[in-house]
Design a protein around this ligand. Structure first.
Ligand SMILES: [Zn+2]
Length: 391
């Protein structure tokens, strides 16, 4: 059997030797365990390509230019005044960080580091600020009518006559979701804001607003020469943004779309899909900090991306520990695989944060036993003392 990540890597290497594996998440709310699937799927493919001798780059595009859409449960109502403002310019919910987006991003980057997943982190706002999108923005503006036709074709929805593939930021009220482009000339885009009535112009040589999602996605594929991208299954649906993105990159940018790796939702048992805005969340931070990185990685890399995982944060954790340890014992030939176990070596390798496999089988402390010991022990030293007596 070939592990799914190796299968994807083999497909990629048939196309070419150099690969850019891209992932992307909007830091608009708490990063939850579902978001780990995006990054760890990308990480597994990246490692698989490198293992096969390919040249790969692994990037994580942080969509911090997205506007704040609603104020999540638990955040002060006064933040309503920032709706429509790009989240890199919205203050941090509790004042502890530089912005709304960094507040959510920081703990996520910390646990990615714990997991040994180290994509290059690129903030979308910086791409705009550095002017890297300038030529692409000018191209999409010039191709407005062609883009309209593609989007209407793919989605089956009509766009307003005055639609433009750019959302300028109003220099007066800072919103990007209430402006209407009037015209463009050279690098300047002229707009009128329906929220505050302001009329003005912005230069696309630096930060001036953003492209709408369905246009921005293929624009990123073009800019970074992306060859492979994992994404949530909603984007993969017929008429979804992968379909429209594929046509845009072919017909406007004359490139091929990336190899798609759609993945299923990661569900919280009894609660349905994770949703940051509704507060139905096991945060990625809490989950990774409460577990060992090998077991977290194992949980994600073991299943095919399109496998629906319904995660029980309490009993589920216990079972995953038992399962991981079984894989470990089979890897070290301490026992025979049981029915249904496959790709044991590959999965065990992908579960190691640094990709290095221990030389000797580690001591296996049963999770349930550890839970009991923690309750008996007076403190951590005592806990270790009991363990030393037992192992
Ligand atoms: Zn305005």
């Amino acid at each position: 059997m070939t592990h799914w990540a190796e299968e994807v890597a083999r497909e990629l290497l048939k196309i070419g030797e150099r690969h850019v594996i891209s992932t992307g998440i909007s830091p608009s709310g708490t990063f939850h365990v579902g978001h780990l699937r995006e990054i760890l799927t990308g990480d597994a493919i990246y490692r698989a390509v490198v293992k096969l001798g390919g040249d790969a780059r692994f990037i994580f595009l942080v969509d911090d230019a997205d506007p704040l859409r609603k104020v999540p449960a638990g955040v002060d109502e006064s933040f309503k005044e920032y709706i429509g403002v790009p989240i890199w310019q919205v203050p941090s919910p509790d004042g502890s960080s530089k912005s709304w987006s960094e507040y959510h991003l920081e703990p996520f980057l910390e646990v990615l580091n714990d997991l040994g997943a180290s994509p290059e982190v690129i903030r979308t706002s910086r791409i705009y600020k550095n002017g890297e999108f300038k030529d692409i923005i000018l191209t999409v503006l010039r191709n407005r009518e062609r883009l309209m036709r593609i989007l209407e074709d793919v989605t089956g929805r009509r766009l307003p006559e005055d639609w433009y593939p750019f959302m300028p930021q109003c220099t007066s009220c800072k919103r990007i979701d209430s402006t209407r482009v009037l015209s463009f000339e050279g690098e300047y885009v002229y707009y009128k804001c329906s929220a505050c009535g302001h009329e003005g112009k912005v230069s696309v040589s630096s930060w001036a607003g953003k492209m709408p999602w369905r246009v921005e996605w293929p624009a990123k594929w073009r800019l970074f020469e992306v060859t492979c991208e994992p994404f949530g299954k909603d984007h993969a649906a017929a008429g979804g943004s992968y379909d429209s993105g594929s046509r845009i990159i072919r017909e406007v940018f004359e490139r091929e779309p990336p190899y798609p790796v759609p993945y299923e939702w990661f569900m919280l048992k009894g609660k349905g899909a994770m949703s940051s805005s509704k507060g139905v969340v096991v945060s990625a931070y809490d989950f990774v900090k409460a577990n060992i990185p090998q077991v977290v990685r194992f949980l994600y890399v073991k299943y095919l991306p399109m496998t629906h995982v319904e995660f029980d944060p309490i009993w589920g954790s216990l079972n995953v520990y038992d399962e991981y340890k079984q894989y470990e014992r089979v890897y070290f030939k301490l026992e025979e695989p049981t029915h249904g176990m496959k790709d044991v070596e590959y999965i065990y390798w992908l579960s190691q944060p640094d990709g290095k496999i221990p030389e000797r089988p580690p001591i296996q402390l049963p999770y349930r036993h550890a839970v009991v010991l923690v309750q008996i022990a007076k403190d951590f030293d005592h806990f270790l003392e009991i363990l030393r007596r037992q192992y």
